[in-house]
Design a protein around this ligand. Structure first.
Ligand code: UTP
Length: 290
């Protein structure tokens, strides 16, 4: 069955980015001039997704507004002849069909996905975390949909990390299945270095069969009463199998301060209007430090 729908959980509190995220959703913090979540919706649209379901919460209305039409502003830009800005504005409201559902309280990623059950219905769907950016030639979700279509099993995105960093990630283990695909037999949340089955870390992208909702209902909330998506995925792996897809591209955790800065610099260095000055500035300040 074709993957047509995306769920983007964006109801978290963003505590690592306080005070910036007190009144502004962290998913709206811009990488230069484009909110992080817009890159994610674009990735979904470029991967063939037609319907986007945002899971939002208190104080997250700016996300919905961002993807809505703004006729008054469009008219003004049109009158002023600001064609580039007009095109950029129109892109935000035409990338995909967008709906939203509220998560009453941030009770974990698993609970956020469960909130989208009715809107997803009985079909496979992609989950893209609202603060995880992947910059790649083939959109990350597309890479995963291709693997899903090949093996007809739920798929999680994986990326190799330095061995001494495995304890900061969810880590998977399994047997190679094909090019960049693994038949998974282990999923561990933040393992000690000596317990880790590999250095393949989970990235915030998943293709899930609708049976995930049944597994989510079976798992108990973990510490902090949060329902963990990985607990339900581990059950699914044991009963139906789960495939890992080692994706290509650069990943940025924009919910983390350093990751956010990295993304701004990397994307700035790719922009023709910014790169020359940014490169010169970085050269200057690095020289001053030596
Ligand atoms: P994070 O754990 O990175 O987000 O969840 P957070 O809780 O907002 O961040 P900190 O740790 O407090 O800084 C990854 C994604 O899942 C969403 C978040 O909005 C984020 O995009 N999420 C998380 C939900 O939608 N609901 C939740 O209950 C938890």
């Amino acid at each position: 069955m074709r993957v047509r729908k995306a769920v983007i959980p964006a109801a978290g509190l963003g505590t690592r980015f306080l005070p910036a995220t007190k009144a502004v959703p962290k998913e709206m913090l811009p990488i230069i001039d484009v909110p992080t979540i817009q890159y994610i919706v674009k990735e979904a649209a470029d991967s063939g997704i037609e319907d986007v379901i945002f899971v939002t919460g208190r104080g997250k209305n700016a996300i919905i507004d961002h993807f809505d039409y703004y006729p008054e502003l469009e008219e003004k830009l049109e009158q002023q002849g600001k064609r580039d800005l007009l095109a950029a504005l129109r892109e935000t409201s035409s990338m995909a069909k967008v709906v939203s559902i509220r998560q009453q309280e941030p009770r974990g990623l698993g609970d956020a996905v469960l909130c989208a059950r009715e809107l997803v219905g009985d079909e496979p769907f992609v989950v893209l975390l609202g603060d995880d950016l992947v910059d790649s030639a083939v959109p990350c979700a597309r890479q995963m949909i291709d693997v899903f279509e090949q093996y007809n099993k739920s798929v999680v995105a994986l990326m190799r990390v330095p061995t001494d960093e495995v304890s900061s990630f969810g880590i998977c283990g399994g047997e190679p299945l094909g090019e960049r695909a693994y038949n998974l037999d282990t999923m561990m949340e933040k393992p000690a270095v000596h317990d880790a089955p590999s250095n393949l870390a989970i990235v915030g992208r998943y293709i899930l069969k609708p049976s995930i909702f049944g597994y989510l209902e079976r798992v108990d909330p973990g510490p902090g009463k949060e329902l963990q998506l990985t607990d339900a995925m581990a059950l699914m792996m044991a009963e139906e199998g789960f495939v890992g897809c080692e994706i290509t591209g650069e990943r940025y955790d924009t919910g983390d301060k350093f990751g956010f800065l990295q993304a701004n610099i990397a994307f700035g260095l790719k922009r023709r209007d910014i790169a020359p000055r940014l490169r010169a500035y970085m050269r200057d300040i690095l020289q001053q430090e030596i």
